[in-house]
Each structure stands twice: as structure tokens, then as C-alpha cells.
Design a protein around this ligand. Structure first.
Ligand SMILES: O=C(O)[C@H]1O[C@H](OP(=O)(O)OP(=O)(O)OC[C@H]2O[C@@H](n3ccc(=O)[nH]c3=O)[C@H](O)[C@@H]2O)[C@H](O)[C@@H](O)[C@@H]1O
Length: 354
């Protein structure tokens, strides 16, 4: 299938092989996207990252049928003069590079802002100046909190979807105060989105912005002390997996009341491939990518994971499977949270990216 012969886009036109400059190709999303592009399409990938452990299996030259179609460049985009040349060589640039674990936002706000805004600036500039298409990865976190979260807990309007469903072209971005440094990430992401959008409006940059809603799957994050720093705090799935493996109670931050919708990485990647191969439909748009029908509270997630782990490991659950912790204790000063994240999927569907 790798040759991709006779592949057509959503309008029935043959898809021409392209060269993609993928920045952050060695991360969780990048590794799955590279895998998809290598196994199912004829496209070439210039894979840029500081690490390549997660795509090693795609780079082994002799063993894979796509050798020659993926090229790894060990580059830190903060300071590497090769960046513009690589963007120029490609038809499309995809920027995935970012610090994106909440434990960093309030504890390393400068790194967070630099990584998500300042470091992304040259990528946008080079794409705009060289008339290259850009797919920029943003985040569902740009929505911040829902409008409904400001209503009293028992207010009937909290059940009205217009108070909580997150829609790309309508919902406002609602962040906490500057002291709540959790929002340093969302704010940096919002500003780079605005810049990309403005480059499109004023200078004709062809762009697509992707807002992932809690994509999960293999190669995501790390287990502290096993494949990452022992004092590191990954996202919730890896935190809970770590607790289960160590037979510790799962820590529910501020009661585990926050809600998330999760989607399997390979389903989300399908949507990204459609954006890559259907530029006329995807250009100029911001797309939520998530599953609105898969919502749980963090507490429910803890219960589900405890149950599944007991089944697969054969070990009974520990006496107190969960414990409540305050966000200050768990993340430190300046943490705050998104209460609920239901993506509206109309835009993606209207553009028939389904
Ligand atoms: O994966 C994603 O798409 C999103 O993940 C993170 O956002 P968030 O969902 O808040 O990240 P998690 O660290 O997975 O936290 C989810 C919830 O679990 C809670 N949590 C986390 C860890 C833990 O041990 N216990 C616990 O209760 C957090 O307080 C939060 O309410 C990123 O900030 C987003 O950019 C990204 O888009």
C-alpha cells in the first residue's frame, strides 16, 4: 500500500506525492503521523527533532520498504540555520514542536511561552515568505474555561450546550488571571494562532490550525523513573498508569471533577491525513479534532483504569484506589484547570473532512 498508487482526494482528484517538513516529528503525534505517511502514502518526510527514539523503527534503513522517503534531521529549531532551507525544500510544513505537559506551564512558564510562541515564529515567517503551506498544531486548551463554569453549580444553563460546547469560530478563549500561570501555555498558543491567521489574512499564507482534544495512545508521555525523569509529572493517563504499576492510590486533583473527552491517536491521525491531502478544503480553517461522545470526569477515568488494570494484571485493587490532592500540592502555585472540553465537530464535517 506504501506506493499509494491510485489514491484520490475527497474530490476524486489524484493525490500527488509531496515532501513534508515535519517539525517535532520525534514526539507522540509526530511518530504516529510519520508511521501513517510511510505505510499508507507515497509522501516524503523531512523529520526534524532533537530526539528520534519514537521513530527509530521507521528509520532503520535496510529493514523498511520506505527507506529513502523519510529523512531524520537532528535540529533544535531554536537555533539552527538549516530550518529555512528545509522548509523551502518541502511543499508543506507541519509544526508539532511544543512543551505540552500541564505540570510545566506554571513551573516553567518562560520555557513554555518561548517554546510555544517565540520558537514557532520563524516557522510561520519562513512559510509565509516562501509561500509554503503550514499546518500548525495548537491545542484545545486555547478555549480555556467554559462560559458555563462561571454559573452557580446548580444553574440550569450549565446543561445548555451553548454554554459548554467548544466551537472554533464562535467560542471565546477564557483564561484565568496572570498569577494563574497555568494559562501561559494557552495564551502563547492563542497568540501564535492569531499570528498564523493574520499571515493568512494579510499575506495570503495557506494555513490549517489543528486543535487536538486529549489524543491518547502508545508512545504518549512517559512513566516517571522508567522512561522519563523520576520527578517528572506527565499527563493524566501516564500518571494513573504509573500509580497502578506502583500499587499506589491514583491522585485526584481537586476532587477529579474536571471533564475530558479522549480520542485514540490513530483515529485523530486519520483526520490530519485528510487535511494534508485536501488543501483546498482545509486551508484557512481551524479544526477541533476530538470525540465529543467520549466524555468522562477524571474520577471516572481513575475508576475505569483501576478496573481495566485489575483485569489485565490479575492483581486485585488496593484498599484505597484513589486519594484526593489539592492542585497546589500536586502542581504547585499558579495551577488552574479547564473544567470541560467538548469539541464541536461541525466545521470538520461541513468541510467533509470525515
Ligand atoms: O492531551 C491533550 O490534548 C491536552 O493535554 C493537556 O491538558 P490536560 O487535559 O489538562 O492534561 P492532563 O495532565 O492529562 O490533565 C487532565 C486532568 O487530570 C487531572 N489529573 C492529572 C494527573 C493526575 O495524576 N491526577 C489528576 O487528577 C488534571 O488536574 C486535569 O484535570 C495539555 O495541556 C493540552 O495542551 C493538550 O491539548
Amino acid at each position: 500500500m506504501a506506493s499509494g498508487a491510485n489514491r484520490v482526494d475527497l474530490d476524486g482528484r489524484p493525490i500527488k506525492p509531496m515532501t513534508i517538513c515535519m517539525i517535532g516529528a520525534g514526539g507522540f503525534i509526530g511518530s504516529h503521523l510519520c508511521e501513517k505517511l510511510m505505510t499508507e502514502t507515497p509522501h516524503k518526510v523531512l523529520a526534524l527533532d532533537v530526539y528520534n527514539d519514537k521513530i527509530k523503527h521507521l528509520l532503520e534503513p535496510d529493514s523498511v520498504e520506505w527507506s529513502g522517503r523519510i529523512q531524520f534531521h537532528r535540529i533544535n529549531i531554536k537555533h539552527d540555520s538549516r530550518l529555512e532551507g528545509l522548509i523551502k525544500m518541502a511543499d508543506l510544513t507541519i509544526n508539532l514542536a511544543a512543551i505540552c505537559t500541564p505540570a510545566d506551564y506554571n513551573t516553567r512558564p518562560l520555557d513554555t511561552i518561548y517554546s510555544n510562541f517565540i520558537d514557532a515564529l520563524p516557522v510561520v515567517k519562513y512559510c509565509s515568505e516562501n509561500n509554503k503551506r503550514l499546518i500548525h498544531f495548537s491545542t484545545c486548551e486555547v478555549y480555556g474555561k467554559t462560559i458555563g463554569s462561571f454559573l452557580p453549580k446548580d444553574h440550569p444553563l450549565r446543561d445548555d450546550p451553548s454554554f459548554y460546547v467548544l466551537k472554533e469560530d464562535i467560542s471565546p478563549c477564557i483564561f484565568g488571571s496572570i498569577e494563574k500561570q497555568r494559562w501561559s501555555y494557552a495564551c502563547a498558543k492563542q497568540l501564535i494562532e492569531r499570528l498564523v491567521y493574520a499571515e493568512g489574512a494579510e499575506n495570503g499564507l495557506e494555513f490549517t490550525i489543528v486543535r487536538p482534544f486529549n489524543w491518547i495512545g502508545p508512545r504518549m508521555d512517559f512513566i516517571p523513573g522508567i522512561d522519563g525523569p523520576s520527578e517528572g509529572v506527565p499527563r493524566v493517563l501516564a500518571c494513573f498508569s504509573n500509580n497502578l504499576l506502583r500499587r499506589e492510590p491514583l491522585k485526584l486533583v481537586d476532587g477529579g471533577e474536571s471533564q475530558r473527552t479522549f480520542i485514540y491517536i490513530k483515529d485523530a491521525i486519520e483526520a490530519v491525513l485528510l487535511m494534508i491531502e485536501n488543501p483546498e478544503r482545509a486551508n484557512g480553517h481551524i479544526f477541533n479534532v476530538g470525540n465529543p461522545n467520549n466524555e468522562v470526569t477524571v474520577r471516572q477515568l481513575a475508576e475505569m483504569m483501576t478496573e481495566v488494570y485489575a483485569k489485565v494484571s490479575g492483581e486485585g485493587a488496593i484498599e484505597s484506589p484513589t486519594v484526593d490532592v489539592s492542585s497546589k500540592e500536586f502542581y504547585g502555585e499558579g495551577y488552574d484547570d479547564s473544567d470541560k472540553r467538548i469539541p464541536d465537530m461541525t466545521i470538520r464535517n461541513e468541510d467533509s473532512l470525515i
